[in-house]
Design a binder for this molecule. Structure first.
Ligand code: AMP
Length: 212
């Protein structure tokens, strides 16, 4: 499996696809958003810093994010490849990442903004067992209640409509330029993010992801 970066706007399905690719190829999924959300939950110093930025839909400082990811990439499970989900998010991060590790392929999931807002605003999460739902696409049997453990579902703090708009603005301004950046390096593959999760996954695995 190659060293892969997943790109796409918030709500493109990066998290879901990253987990499926990682499972399929038995490599780790490194999600910077998950690392930060764990830190918030645990109330660490990083968590306190992260919470404020995340709740505004803004990015954390590049240098901090690079430290976190550099530590993670040092672990032995990254030896045979990995899926990076959530970093790089700026051209500076992409340039710093190159100094740490060689990236073989960048897969960008292409989804329009309207669709992204619909997906994110309907997303629900069980705060206890972390099962994911969607009011439209994957509703729980009883509205707003977790099927598995009966807990009332929550929205991610940053999935509130106002924050979603800001996350999209941040994406347009800081992350979208990475498409051009990686295109010039000839390692960008753009796939259509519309349709069912399995369809999108098939599009991704039909790319040549095996290491030569
Ligand atoms: P995600 O789960 O990938 O959508 O990330 C959630 C939030 O974490 C983002 O909106 C940012 O506030 C923060 N974040 C995650 N990854 C990065 C990164 N590489 N650089 C800066 N901020 C990040």
């Amino acid at each position: 499996m190659k060293r892969l970066v997943l790109l796409g706007p918030p709500g493109a399905g990066k998290g879901t696809q990253a987990a499926m690719i990682a499972d399929h190829f038995c490599v780790p999924r490194i999600s910077t958003g998950d690392i930060l959300r764990n830190a918030v939950r645990e109330g660490t110093a990083l968590g306190q810093q992260a919470r404020a930025h995340m709740n505004r839909g803004e990015l954390l400082p590049d240098s901090l994010m690079m430290e976190i990811v550099e530590e993670r990439l040092k672990l032995p499970d990254c030896k045979n490849g990995f899926v990076l989900d959530g970093l790089p998010r700026t051209v500076i991060q992409a340039k710093e990442l190159e100094k740490i590790v060689n990236i073989d392929i960048v897969v960008a999931i292409d989804v329009g903004e309207e669709e992204v807002v619909r997906r994110l605003a309907g997303r629900r999460l069980c705060p206890i067992c972390e099962a994911g739902y969607h009011v439209e696409f994957k509703p729980p049997r009883q509205a707003e209640i977790c099927d598995r453990c009966g807990t009332p579902l929550k929205q991610r703090d940053d999935d509130q409509e106002g924050v979603i708009r800001n996350r999209l603005k941040t994406y347009r301004e800081w992350t979208a330029p990475l498409l051009e950046y990686y295109k010039r390096k000839s390692i960008l593959r753009v796939i259509d993010g519309k349709g069912k999760v399995e369809e999108v996954f098939r599009r991704i695995v039909s790319l040549d992801l095996q290491k030569r």
